[in-house]
Write a protein that binds this ligand. Structure first.
Ligand SMILES: C[S@@+](CC[C@H](N)C(=O)[O-])C[C@H]1O[C@@H](n2cnc3c(N)ncnc32)[C@H](O)[C@@H]1O
Length: 365
């Protein structure tokens, strides 16, 4: 049986499962779910074996909100012997296909972390074994700066059990298990800073940073205190208007790049239309935030918006899709072309991050 294995934040397996099942059904592909509760793993078992590869080819991973990474299974669960594990894996794989990279993976849990030491040790002889039979090339290919070729995934459920699978490099996360390891900058005033750092890395291609994330730009940060997000804008050389009734870190104010206004983020309107970035991390009802973000973009108050939508306790998938649909409807009603992606990022908790920008001007009303 072929399955798609998806990695998500532990505790969000239901949302991740509902999403892949819905998007697969849109493509007329069906299957049933097996959720590994609180392990951040979802198995979508497909009724038709050929659908795994087809779906991975058709459905962009960036369209999935809750999945960090995914692969299509090549084997069922393999029971590994205590010795000659490499041989067992190489034999199970056969040599019909070639892969450009090997990823050793586990669940994103404490047990998984303990297992990752074992994986690191096994990775060296396993790579050698796979290269020897010409199954692994270790030569990552790229066409027009886009990665090409396939990645081999080895998901270790324990030291004795592994599932093998593959993903297409052009349609999978470049990070192992979809987790970027970011370093907390010691000068940043809050850990939230990592959320915006990851969001920029995830949503904005690096080769566009020079024009879209650069020094001298104006930015507005709604719900800015104590300044973790503002810190990310300041360190990129931007001038920031920070809106929050709470205090901002002195170190940020001393840079001379930050103007702090103690007021309601829903009432602030910029004086000039020279703001490139609007970022928003207000703890507020997601419906209200979604409406505000659409208004900022449609009124031309900013060029791009990066914001969090807080997730409710129950019905999280349903709620999030409704909030996002509301923003898309507002854009469509105004006949504008737009780009909008949402992701439950690694540094997000009970929230998702959304990036939106208009790709065409708003027609005169
Ligand atoms: C999660 S914290 C923001 C953390 C900030 N992004 C950072 O990195 O340091 C949420 C902030 O939103 C602010 N907030 C909530 N509702 C607001 C509103 N209506 N207007 C302005 N700020 C608001 C709160 O005062 C709080 O400081």
């Amino acid at each position: 049986m072929t399955s798609i294995v998806l990695y998500c934040r532990p505790g969000f397996e239901k949302e991740c499962g509902a999403e892949i099942q819905e998007k697969a059904a849109w493509n007329e592909m069906y299957g049933y779910l097996e959720l590994k509760k609180n392990q951040g793993l979802v198995f979508f078992h497909l009724h038709d074996d050929s659908h795994g590869e087809i779906l991975m080819g058709k459905l962009p991973l960036k369209r999935l909100i809750f999945a960090r990474q995914w692969f299509v299974t090549l084997t069922d669960k393999i029971d590994l012997p205590d010795y000659n594990r490499v041989e067992a894996i190489v034999d199970a794989l056969g040599n019909d296909w070639q892969y450009d990279e090997l990823r050793m993976e586990t669940a994103d849990t404490n047990d998984g972390k303990a297992l990752s030491k074992f994986c690191r040790k096994l990775a060296v002889p396993l790579r050698q074994g796979l290269r020897k039979v010409n199954v692994l090339t270790d030569k990552q290919k790229a066409v027009n700066n886009q990665p090409e070729g396939s990645i081999l995934h080895a998901l270790f459920l324990s030291g004795q059990e592994v599932i093998l699978g593959f993903s297409l490099a052009r349609n999978s996360s470049k990070h192992v298990m979809g987790i970027p390891r970011l370093k907390f900058p010691s000068q940043a005033p809050s850990r939230s800073t990592l959320k915006l750092d990851e969001a920029f890395l995830h949503f904005i291609p690096k080769d566009e940073w020079e024009t879209r994330l650069t020094s001298g730009m104006n930015a507005v940060d709604l719900g800015s205190a104590p300044g973790g997000w503002t810190y990310q804008l300041v360190r990129r050389g931007m001038m920031v208007t920070a809106i929050d009734n709470g205090p901002m870190a002195e170190s940020l104010m001393e840079t001379g790049q930050v103007k702090h206004k103690m007021m309601d983020g829903f009432k602030y309107v910029p004086m000039k239309q020279n703001v490139h970035w609007l970022v928003c991390d207000m703890i507020e009802k997601p419906q209200r935030v979604a409406k505000l973000m659409a208004e900022w973009l449609l009124n031309g108050y900013c060029k791009e918006a990066m914001f969090n939508l807080k997730l409710p306790m129950k019905g999280r998938y349903q709620q999030v899709t409704e909030d996002i649909q509301r923003i898309k409807d507002a854009f469509s009603e105004n006949n504008v072309k737009y780009e909008l992606y949402a992701k439950h990022l690694y540094y997000d908790r009970e929230e998702i991050t959304v990036h939106a920008r208009l790709l065409s001007p708003v027609p005169q009303r």
